[in-house]
Design a protein around this ligand. Structure first.
Ligand code: FUB
Length: 323
């Protein structure tokens, strides 16, 4: 009997250890749009947007940070910035990204004001722009560096900030009439150099949001939720393209699927969010929760398809030998 109970306890422990999706980022805290980065402290940092309980129309107020060194146990650092800290926006704290350059941490974030009139779109007053904030610590607090958006037109959100090996910073955005656009940041990160530049996407330009860029073995990868739902990717030899379409990373599940891809302790990780039933929630509708999966490359640099799992990266510590 004792043997059976011991075996059962071991099985439960293994199952508990493996069922890591969604990530345990905080009881009752609804997070989305995860942006993963490994900073000089050797930890994985996740910057997320924060859904209000049962929110409508993505009226969101602040951005959160989390850190971990085993990708299972996360430290919540709370809100690292809020729209209350901004002079130029009071709503729409959407998908952020972060970067580390010259000893400073940067948060690049979309925010806005006004409302979307779904019945009569012509009456909408909603506007969004992109801001840049700075901190000496990855945990913030982040301070708006210029007290204004980086530009007012075009309407833009979903920034991705990529720092290349030579220190140059490239900002990719989802913007009104200007998807697949990039702009280089000035050295002091307080402004952009020139206007948005449309990139050559090899002739394939589906509707998109949430771009992400990373570099592996000298090859640049531009990934995005195509049609806001299916994760697809392109590759190029320079950070501004020309890009070639390479295929699907993750199929749609329903609802948007903002993501990021980052290497940690030798493993490539895909962070994304899922729309899930949320027991104990104040409403019956699905809400967003951050999840993660391993991502693998083929010899030729192409990406293998990723399937959503319950286990996620729950065995990360074992896989990486506790490094
Ligand atoms: O979280 C608000 C918006 O939903 C994000 O900016 C988009 O990428 C989508 O995930």
């Amino acid at each position: 009997m004792k043997l059976v109970l011991t075996a059962l306890a071991a099985l439960l422990a293994t199952t508990a250890c493996q069922a890591q999706n969604p990530l345990a980022l905080g009881q009752g805290l609804r997070t989305a749009d995860p942006s993963g980065h490994v900073w000089p402290d050797g930890k994985m940092w996740l910057y997320t947007s924060h859904d209000e309980e049962c929110q409508a129309d993505f009226h969101m107020k602040d951005w959160h940070a989390f850190s971990s060194d085993d990708l299972v146990n996360w430290t919540a650092h709370g809100a690292v910035m809020s729209v209350k800290d901004l002079k130029w926006a009071d709503d729409y704290a959407w998908a952020p990204d972060a970067a580390y350059k010259n000893g400073k941490y940067y948060l690049v974030f979309p925010a806005g004001t006004g409302v979307k009139d779904r019945q009569n779109p012509g009456n909408s007053t909603k506007w969004m722009g992109i801001g840049i904030a700075e901190s000496d610590s990855p945990a913030g607090p982040f301070k708006d560096m210029i007290g204004a958006p980086l530009w007012r037109k075009p309407y833009a959100n979903d920034p991705a900030l990529f720092i290349d090996d030579d220190g140059r910073a490239y900002l990719y955005v989802h913007a009104s009439g200007a998807d697949y656009h990039v702009v280089e940041m000035a050295e002091d990160m307080r402004s952009v150099k020139g206007g948005l530049q449309k990139m050559d996407m090899g002739g394939y330009e589906p509707k998109m949001e949430g771009p992400w860029v990373f570099k592996r073995n000298g090859l640049y990868y531009f990934t995005m939720p195509e049609g806001n739902r299916i994760l697809t990717y392109y590759t190029a030899r320079t950070p501004k393209g020309p890009w070639a379409y390479r295929g699907v990373i993750m199929e749609a599940e329903g609802g948007n699927n903002h993501h990021s891809i980052v290497q940690y302790k030798g493993q490539w990780i895909l962070f994304y969010h899922r729309w899930l039933e949320t027991p104990g929630a104040a409403c019956a509708k699905t809400q967003r929760h951050v999840a993660a999966e391993y991502l693998a490359f083929n010899e030729d640099g192409t990406i293998q398809r990723v399937v959503r799992t319950k286990e996620g990266i729950g065995d990360f510590a074992r896989r990486t030998g506790g490094r």
